[in-house]
Design a protein around this ligand. Structure first.
Ligand code: CA
Length: 230
C-alpha cells in the first residue's frame, strides 16, 4: 500500500484529499504546515509527496528545495493556485516531478500520482529504491543515504543491507544471510556475518541517528525502525 504525505494548509481540501486517497487504497500522512511536512518527509518512509506551495509558515518551494538538497528522492507533486509560468518553472527547477494547478479534478490528481509512482519503479514493477526510516537505498545507482547524507559501503555491505532492507522489520537468520549474501551453503561464514553487521551498523548508525539494525537474539538480525519480534 503506497504511503503518501499530503502537505496542504486548507483544512477542507486536506480532508478531501486525505479521505479520497485513503479510499483509493493509499496510506496518507497529513501535514497542514510546511515545518511538519518537512519533518515528516525527512523522517518517514514515503512513496510520494503532494505539496501545496502556499503555506502559512514556510514556503512550499523552500520545503521542496531543502528536501531535494538532502537527497529526498521520492516523487513530489506540487499542487498550487499559482499558475503563472515563472512559478511552474520555479517548482520544477526546485525538484518537483509534476505540477497541478488548483482547482483540479481529483481524478486528474490520481492519474498523475499513478504516473509518478509508475515512473519511480522500473518496468515490470521491480523495486528500484528501498528505505528504512530515513535511510534510503538506490538500487540502480547502488547509493545509500541517511537523512540525505551519503554513506559509503563496500559491495558486501551494500548487498547485506539490501538483503535486510528487502525484509524490513522481519528477523533474518544468520544462516540465510550467509547463504544468500555470501553464497555459502556450509554455514562456516556465520562469524563473518557478525563482523560485517558491526561494520555496517557503525556506518548507518553513527551520530545521533536512531538505531536501525537490531540483533534478534538466537536468530540473527533485523532492519527496521523498531526492534523486530521473532
Ligand atoms: Ca495553501
Amino acid at each position: 500500500m503506497p504511503e503518501l504525505l499530503v502537505i496542504e494548509d486548507e483544512p477542507k481540501l486536506l480532508r478531501i484529499l486525505q479521505r479520497g486517497l485513503q479510499e483509493e487504497g493509499y496510506t496518507v500522512v497529513a501535514a497542514d504546515n510546511g515545518a511538519d511536512g518537512y519533518r515528516f518527509a525527512s523522517s518517514k518512509t514515503l512513496d510520494a509527496v503532494i505539496l501545496d506551495l502556499m503555506l502559512p509558515d514556510r514556503d512550499g518551494l523552500s520545503v521542496l528545495r531543502e528536501l531535494r538538497r538532502e537527497g529526498f528522492s521520492r516523487p513530489i507533486l506540487v499542487v498550487t493556485a499559482r499558475d503563472s509560468v515563472p512559478d511552474r518553472v520555479a517548482g520544477l527547477d526546485g525538484g518537483a516531478d509534476d505540477y497541478l494547478v488548483k482547482p483540479f479534478a481529483f481524478s486528474e490528481l490520481l492519474a498523475r500520482l499513478r504516473a509518478l509512482l509508475r515512473r519511480d519503479a522500473i518496468p515490470g514493477g521491480e523495486v528500484t529504491r528501498l528505505a528504512a526510516g530515513n535511510l534510503e537505498i538506490d538500487l540502480l545507482r547502488r547509493r545509500v543515504t541517511r537523512g540525505g547524507e551519503e554513506i559509503t559501503l563496500t559491495n558486501r555491505e551494500f548487498e547485506l543491507l539490501e538483503y535486510l532492507a528487502r525484509r524490513l522489520n522481519e528477523p533474518v537468520s544468520r544462516e540465510s544471510i550467509v547463504r544468500e549474501v555470501w553464497q555459502d551453503t556450509t554455514g562456516i561464514l556465520t562469524k563473518v556475518v557478525d563482523v560485517s553487521i558491526n561494520h555496517l551498523r557503525r556506518k548507518i548508525e553513527r551520530r545521533r541517528w536512531p538505531k536501525l539494525l537490531h540483533t534478534v537474539r538466537g536468530v540473527g538480525y533485523c532492519l527496521g525502525d523498531a526492534p523486530c519480534r521473532d
